[in-house]
Design a binder for this molecule. Structure first.
Ligand code: NAD
Length: 353
């Protein structure tokens, strides 16, 4: 039953979309449109069951509300899943999906996610204007995400040490993919030292000859004696097994859902004097990029917006100190407050001629 579902979280609307001719089976979840239309990517996956797909889409869509609100965007939370083998994705299926998005009349805006890319968004755009992350858009968001994370790390360093510079700061980066590689370069450019790891040796190559970069084995990254541990590979990297091994003052990275158990592990890190800033605050550069594209902005504007993450992190940490709460709780309160104050504003009357 939907309303009793553990991940239901008072979703405004959950739509099951199907199309017999193309075999489309999709779920579109619109969590909260208080601040604006729900924006979130569409992922395609051969889920084991409809229940698994529903669970994923509800969880991800609620998370988008928090990410957009924390990033001061005029957007709500939404997400969609297409159930099926990604290899079966074709133009007819994507067009049918585009029509399903269109029927929501702008309450949901879609974009790229796991197993969907810019060329898929181009096809969807033939059926609906409510799509962003297109091939003629602002391009790969990863450098903007990485820059946002770097600014967030700089704010954390200032809060912990009082220093306004990243020079000689040591950051251990787990995962040298699109974000991790850009983050390592941003940090090195600012005089930091990085320890880096990846399960793919070719991702390490660009750092082999770099004097301020140390390459470590994937499992050793948790033990690095450093200032910042930056997970940029997968969710759940910080958990009951890895926390006792961490040798850092700050946990701040790009991966979604860094903490295996969000509120409990945030408290454990806090109790162990490790500063943790929620990933959705730090990695908002990706959302900022597709949102900026949707509203007709430029890549430069998206980079400028991602810089705001630095002041946002300062504000959240200061509030956490004042109220003696974790930074996660501080971010949650900020999100709740934004939603509450916006929903209390009277709806503008539409004048009729
Ligand atoms: P990616 O797939 O390009 O990079 C992930 C990297 O992690 C790969 O190089 C992979 O080989 C490596 N990796 C996987 N398992 C590993 C392990 N056990 N140890 C070490 N390395 C390992 O992904 P990405 O786009 O760089 O994103 C990284 C994370 O940030 C993801 O969790 C993603 O959801 C999140 N994120 C990305 C963006 C963006 O703009 N790309 C925005 C927001 C959040």
């Amino acid at each position: 039953m939907m309303f009793e579902h553990p991940a239901f979280d008072s979703h405004e609307q959950v739509v099951h979309a199907s199309d017999e001719e193309t075999g489309l089976t999709a779920i579109i979840a619109v969590h909260d449109t208080t601040l604006g239309p729900g924006l979130g990517g569409t992922r395609m996956r051969a889920y084991d069951s409809e229940e698994a797909a529903l669970n994923d889409v509800l969880r991800l869509s609620s998370a988008m509300t928090a990410k957009a609100a924390a990033a001061d965007l005029e957007l709500g939370g939404g997400k969609a899943v297409i159930i099926g083998e990604p290899e079966k994705k074709d133009e007819a299926l994507l067009r049918a999906y585009g029509r399903a998005v269109d029927r929501l009349a702008g309450r949901y805006i879609t974009s790229v996610d796991v197993n969907t890319d810019v060329s898929d968004m181009d096809i969807i755009a033939d059926e609906t204007p409510y799509v962003t992350g297109r091939s003629d858009g602002l391009g790969d968001p990863s450098p903007i995400t990485a820059q946002g994370v770097m600014y967030g790390i700089r704010a954390c360093i200032e809060q912990v040490t009082g220093r306004q510079s990243l020079a000689d700061v040591h950051v251990a980066i787990q995962g040298l993919g699109k974000v991790g590689t850009n983050l390592a370069e941003e940090l090195l450019d600012r005089g930091a030292t990085v320890s880096v790891t990846d399960i793919h040796d070719d991702h390490l190559e660009p750092f082999e000859e770099v004097s301020d970069a140390r390459i470590v084995e994937p499992d050793s990254i948790y033990d690095v004696d450093c200032d910042v541990f930056a997970p940029c590979a997968f969710g759940g990297a910080v958990n009951d097994e890895t926390i006792p091994r961490l040798n850092c003052d700050i946990v701040a990275g790009a991966a979604n859902n860094i903490l295996a158990s969000e509120s409990r592990h945030s408290q454990v890190l806090h109790d162990n004097d490790m500063l943790y800033v929620p990933d959705y605050v730090l990695n908002a550069g990706g959302l900022i990029t597709v949102a900026t594209e949707y509203f007709g902005g430029t890549r430069e504007e998206a980079f400028a917006e991602a810089q705001q993450i630095e002041s946002r992190v300062h504000r959240l940490i200061e509030q956490a100190k004042e109220q003696d709460i974790t930074v996660l709780e501080s971010a949650q309160r900020y999100v709740e407050n934004r939603l509450a104050t916006t929903s209390q504003q009277p709806t503008q009357a539409v004048s009729s001629r």
